[in-house]
Write a protein that binds this ligand. Structure first.
Ligand code: GLP
Length: 251
């Protein structure tokens, strides 16, 4: 795994956006896997800025969102589909046909999961999967205990995740208990992964992901099995890494 430590969140956002912008310029029809959460907000802001100021075009880019809640009305502001529209899709020249989101409102969730996997295959696979990490080590909504061989499916959310995400809901009774997420194995099939983590509150989770054992109890640790992963961290998120000096000296 390549570890890059930047001074702060803004520098992480710029570096992540540069990686994606370079890929889009090289390969305008590339396929991106995209996360939600607070962490990638700066990154999306930077992509929008590059679209507006530098003419970065998303017209042929294909995207797959990582996950979404189950049971929210389609236009609910806390849905990840709404998040993607609000933070990226509505501000760039993306073709709506190319933006795939998981449908947590599907009548048959099993069929929705299988068609998502099929759509990824038909698009030729994901070139770059961008990821955040949950405080409990989840990627997407692959909560601790998720099979490292899992595919897109329904997951029950843990109490920690519900608490971490509660602020997006005005009415806590609306907080979904279930989510639909790409599986760990689905994520590992991407050609490259770029994981973003910010802040000291993620430091122990980040250490487990990078330096801990590979275990379903810390699903992000499965990224150690992938040949092309970059973890892009700010100082806070990197602060508990034991081999921090080595990562710095290497990059
Ligand atoms: C969310 C998403 C993840 C995201 C994580 C961290 O619930 N399912 O894809 O990476 O939790 O979110 P944040 O960046 O807000 O800490």
């Amino acid at each position: 795994m390549r570890i890059i430590i930047e001074s702060d969140a803004a520098a992480v956002a710029v570096r992540a956006a540069t990686r994606v912008a370079d890929l889009i310029r090289r390969s305008p029809g590339c396929v991106l896997g995209l996360p939600t959460g607070r962490t990638p907000l700066g990154f999306y802001g930077e992509l929008v800025r590059r679209h507006e100021e530098d003419g970065l075009s998303f017209s042929r880019v294909v995207t797959f969102s990582l996950d979404d809640y189950i049971g929210l009305p389609p236009h609910h502001s806390a849905s990840f589909a709404a998040y993607m529209r609000r933070n990226l899709f509505d501000h760039v020249d993306m073709d709506p046909e190319n933006t795939h989101v998981l449908d947590g409102g599907a009548e048959d969730l099993l069929v929705a999961c299988e068609s998502y996997e099929a759509a990824i295959r038909e698009a030729g696979g994901i070139d770059l999967q961008v990821l955040g990490i949950g405080s409990n080590g989840h990627i997407g909504f692959n909560e601790p205990g998720s099979s490292l061989g899992s595919r897109t499916r329904v997951k029950t959310l843990t109490r920690e995740t519900l608490e971490a995400n509660a602020s997006s809901f005005e009415d806590l009774d609306e907080l979904p208990r279930l989510a639909i997420t790409m599986g760990v194995a689905t994520i590992l099939e991407a050609r490259s992964c770029l994981l973003l983590a910010l802040g000291e509150e993620k430091a122990l989770t980040v250490r487990d992901m990078i330096e801990g054992p590979i275990t379903a109890q810390a699903p992000a640790s499965a990224l150690q099995l992938h040949p092309d992963v970059t973890a892009l961290l700010d100082e806070g998120a990197a602060s508990r890494l034991q081999r921090r000096d080595y990562y710095r000296h290497r990059s």
